[in-house]
Design a protein around this ligand. Structure first.
Ligand code: SF4
Length: 391
């Protein structure tokens, strides 16, 4: 028996080729894309404008399946977090952050992460595996239609889109899972799928220089760089990838990327760590770095300061609020747009660097999942889908 093809794994071109293999015309691929990504359909019988013969063929050869939801929590501030099963004891998280005029989904691209940044709890879990296209785009697919369902919003064009922005800032380094990430990005941008503009999709990288250049040619979306340090010595200790691609190379790659990017600046993320990277000297060093006074090019940029979410194994502490404010002021006085990230979803561990809950090793995730399966068998498949919305 041949394995079923998961249609969430296919980008528009691949879906056209797949329809060709089934003896179907290319326009069928467009219809399928719309059914899947605009109507959230997973049942071929519901695709009423497809010929019955095609629906029958698909039913025996294909599926539309996103990773299964293990748990689903909504924080008192509206942030919603899903823990998703990606097989073999691995779980990833997807977080929806509602704001006044937009809804942002933060998605994961790998189970675990090999980069091992010192301040990141995901990094502490080690690397398990790359996610497939279906597992990456499946997070957007699942979240968009779950959100619509919860709010009673219709699928398709008539229903209001819930997710207006996507950030690849969840678990994993997207540029170390390049092909599936780019295919998923292309689906996000496709008018027959989600139709998001390149400005509303942001990829966050710790600085995989050659892949930044490749992305500029393949699918230049908005870019955020996890900077976190103002000089190489400090960054070598916080983001180990810096030893391979030091700051001067990273700044040059950012500058090159901007020639193709949909926005005219790079967002630098900077996790505020008490007494590690948060002094006035560090702020001034950063200014020199991005304004091209340390040998690299000047990079038009915006800073996003992130209050660190402490976890015991890190041995690090969050900078206090007056320090964060003073640091931001130095950057702003130098003419750099600077924001301080609001901490969202603290009560459900959805804040940045806390994906996959408290720092756990993979065995622990496996344990939780086994327990969940047991409970679901005992109490029904909806066990674990706990929605806690406080008024
Ligand atoms: S911050 Fe990003 S790149 Fe660094 S370990 Fe965490 S997930 Fe990986």
């Amino acid at each position: 028996m041949t394995a079923l093809t998961n249609l969430l794994d296919l980008d528009p071109a691949q879906l056209t080729a797949y329809c060709g293999e089934l003896g179907e015309k290319p326009f069928r691929a467009k219809q399928l894309l719309r059914w899947i990504h605009q109507f959230g359909a997973h049942d071929f019988d519901a695709m009423t404008d497809l010929a019955k013969s095609l629906r029958d063929k698909l039913a025996t050869r294909a599926i539309i399946a996103a990773p299964a939801v293990i748990s689903d929590h909504t924080s008192s501030d509206g942030t919603r977090k899903w823990l998703l099963d990606v097989g073999q004891g691995n779980a990833v998280e997807t977080v929806f952050i509602p704001e006044e005029n937009r809804g942002t989904l933060c998605i994961s691209t790998q189970a675990g992460c090999a980069v091992n940044c010192r301040f990141c709890s995901t990094g502490k879990q080690g690397f398990s595996r790359n996610l497939t296209v279906g597992e990456i785009i499946g997070q957007l697919w699942m979240a968009e239609f779950e959100l619509r369902k919860s709010k009673g919003v219709e699928p398709g064009h008539k229903g209001e889109r819930q997710i207006t922005n996507v950030v690849m800032m969840g678990m994993g380094e997207p540029l170390l899972n390049y092909e599936p990430t780019v295919t998923a990005l292309k689906l996000m941008l496709d008018d027959n799928a989600y139709g998001l503009s390149r400005r509303r999709v942001t990829l966050s990288t710790s600085g995989v220089v050659p892949m930044i250049d490749k992305l500029s040619q393949d699918c230049a979306v908005a870019m955020a760089v996890s900077l976190h340090a103002s000089n190489d010595t400090l960054r070598d200790g916080l983001v180990p990838l810096n030893k391979k691609y030091p700051l001067r190379e990273l700044m040059a790659a950012c500058k090159r990327y901007l020639e193709f990017a949909p926005r005219d600046f790079i967002t630098f993320e900077y996790c505020m760590l008490d007494d590690v990277n948060d002094t006035d000297v560090h702020a001034r060093e950063l200014i020199a770095l991005v304004q091209g006074h340390t040998g690299g090019p000047a990079v038009p940029c915006k800073f996003n300061l992130i209050p660190f979410n402490p976890f015991p194994e890190s041995g690090l502490k969050r900078s206090n609020n007056p320090r964060i404010k003073a640091f931001a002021q130095i950057l702003m006085d130098a003419g750099i747009v600077t924001t301080v990230r609001k901490t969202r979803g603290d009560d459900i561990d959805a804040a940045c660097g806390q994906l996959a809950g408290e720092v756990q090793d993979r065995t622990r995730v496996q344990e939780r999942m086994q327990k969940m399966t047991e409970y679901q068998q005992k109490f029904g498949k909806n066990f674990g889908r706990i929605i806690e919305v406080s008024q």
